[in-house]
Design a protein around this ligand. Structure first.
Ligand code: CA
Ligand code: ZN
Length: 299
């Protein structure tokens, strides 16, 4: 299997002008190694968080050029495997995240990772390995890796985990796929502004889908299909994610908008990904058993 090291190239901005570090055929499975979101600058408990280089934040390894990917296509990304390092780090700080008003100085905490759990002091926390930053180059201006959008980016969605498949709209030739910012665990909201940040490696299969288009990323796993949207406010993100999912199911199922709206009000879930990045991210979640009964193949 091909591997890409972060030493081959990282980006701080998803940008159509970025030079690809690798070109692959559609259908390629590739292992991509990543720094943590602080570019591995915080390794010990006595690292002064305030003194790290804040220009080196959220590096994503890439971009990878996928042959045959053209604007209007979909890039399908199956996450086959997520490996993570032996310790994670969390930070809090004044004006960061939801509780920044109660926190007086930058603080960090190193969290050792052992087998299937994370140590927080003496507490054992369950692992919930996930990818924070993942996406393709956007259509116009570049978007820094700390900000999510229609191209993906810093969505901080805990469902971006092993076994999940993401679908991204392709905006530029080759799609220019990159990823980084892994978390050993993160809750919905990511309220402190950091998950349990870890370096790692993801094995992904990249595949171009023709004849289908998307406005925003979608994700499926064994149980559910989801629509992911980032916007200025959480209200707007949830409304757009919900509305795009209802419209898509109506098109793919022969049910009316009214009926799909009723069904989604009964069975769908409007959920929060994160509320602490420059744009907020939400997802609308539909169980696959329902889609199967409706004979609705969403992609
Ligand atoms: Ca993040
Ligand atoms: Zn992160």
């Amino acid at each position: 299997m091909q591997t890409i090291s972060y030493e081959e190239g990282i980006i701080y901005e998803f940008n159509k002008e970025n030079t690809p570090i690798r070109t692959v055929e559609s259908g390629t499975t590739i292992r991509i190694e990543t720094y943590d979101c602080f570019q591995n600058q915080i390794q010990t408990a006595d690292t002064e968080v305030a003194t790290i280089d804040w220009d080196k934040i959220n590096p994503a390894t890439g971009p990878i050029y996928v042959n045959d990917a053209l604007p209007g296509d979909i890039l399908k990304v199956k996450i086959e495997k997520i490996e993570i390092g032996e310790q994670g780090v969390m930070v809090v700080g004044p004006d960061l995240g939801v509780m920044g008003h109660r926190i007086e100085q930058m603080e960090s905490k190193i969290l050792p990772i052992k087998d299937d759990h994370i140590l927080f002091n003496e507490l054992e926390l369950p692992l919930n390995k996930m990818i924070g930053v993942i996406g393709v180059a956007p259509e116009g201006e570049g978007v820094n890796c700390g900000t999510p959008g229609a191209h993906g980016g810093n969505m901080d969605n805990k469902m971006v985990a092993e076994g999940a498949t993401l679908y991204f709209p392709v905006f530029v030739e080759g799609a220019l796929f990159s990823l980084g910012d892994f978390h050993a665990a993160m809750g919905d909201g990511e309220i402190s502004v950091s998950g349990i940040e870890v370096p790692g490696a993801a094995t992904v299969t990249l595949e171009v889908i023709k004849g289908e288009s998307l406005d925003h990323p979608m994700l499926e796993n064994e149980e559910v299909f989801t629509q992911i949207v980032s916007a200025e406010t959480l209200d707007e993100a949830i409304r757009t994610a919900t509305s795009e999912m209802v419209e898509r199911i109506a098109v793919k199922s022969n049910l009316s908008i009214s009926e799909v709206t009723m069904l989604m009000s009964a069975i769908g879930q409007a959920e929060i990904c994160q509320i602490v990045d420059p744009l907020m991210t939400a997802r609308f979640v539909v169980p696959k058993w329902l889609l199967q009964k409706l004979n609705a193949q969403l992609i």
